[in-house]
Write a protein that binds this ligand. Sequence first.
Ligand code: UT7
Length: 369
Amino acid sequence: LPCYGARSFREGDLCNMPGITIVGSGSFAPGTPVTNDQLSRVMDTDDAWIQKRTGIKQRHFAAEGQGISDLAFEAAKRAIDNARIDPKEIDYIVMGTMTPDFVFPGSGGLLGAKLGIPGVPALDIRQQCVAMPFAFQVADGLVASGAAKTVLVIGGEAHAGFMPWEDWDLLYGDGSGPPPSEKAKERATRHRALAILFGDGAGALVMRKHEVPGHGLIGCEIHSDGNLAKQIYIEGGGFRRRPYWSPTMFEREEHIPAMQGKELFKSAVTKLPEVVRSICKKHGVALSDVDTFVAHQANDRINEAVRETLGIPKEKVPSNIARYGNTSGGTIAILMDELLREKRVKKGDLLCFLALGAGLHWGAALMRL
Ligand code: UT7
């Protein structure tokens, strides 16, 4: 078996060939943060409800005209700087976003152009909140196969375009402008369970093969189930329709994600502990061996439930959802950048990444830094 296959699939076997690791990180969140109180200017909601039910205090939004390739560019510059490499050393881009600048092409190539490395292959992956576990497996495969040495792995979102309000100016400043119309407020309120969750931002990781055998990415266990696609999805703009986009879809609010919040919550709190237990067993790792669980940040209550089910101490499951909300594909890379910069994770640490999101996709990855 080639090493890559062994590392990923052979039960309990840690291949000697090192996997990929993180040699530089960066993150970026646009503009000034919007607090829960500021959100309550455009819909019926309140800070106490949002904090209690999700742990979120504020989030950032991309400005009109600012695409994910712009946010990713800022994060990537910081990661390249942090890795102390020349952008020209990057020989592959793996970009995870569900909110690209255009319906097509994907945003990875736009990012490469902005970084001044046109011609470098850019692969866009669409795994929403699970972008990082998927991207790690893809990047590791690219390096193991010899197709790449230095992979720029990027995740991020510009969700602002699907938010259910139009009164953007009201959110900022002292909110002294005219209040939203009754119709606008009613619409935003109808989508409030979704609208309070998401924020914009990007995280970037420069990844290379680890130098020490048994280190770097140890394995990924990832799953997809299209039967559960309607737990969170966007109906509008799909190519089963002729034309794929129409004013009627906009009137039916099909540009705003439809979310079955409770079902999604249940999926997360059942599937995440399962996949964490399974990957650890597969690689002969005890849960207590893991130094830090780098979890997707969809809702603090989800991570709290997963933590309790697995009996993991609180300090091993860091959270930054209070400051960013759920940045979908960006979350794990942003959190990882913060943990590295604050030296809350260090060389030699065993990390377990875990995420579930639209698709549904879910999975976990083990990495020894
Ligand atoms: O990355 C994947 C993305 N998404 C997720 O993982 C989301 C998973 N789901 C969740 O996190 C939770 O289901 C939500 C946070 C979305 C919602 O929390 P919930 O505890 O499931 O609330 P709910 O939707 O059942 O609503 C409970 C009550 C309702 O009022 P009534 O009918 O009991 O009077 C809602 O109208 O809370 C109300 N509510 C709100 N109130 C104030 C819902 N959203 C809000 C809000 N502000 N933003």
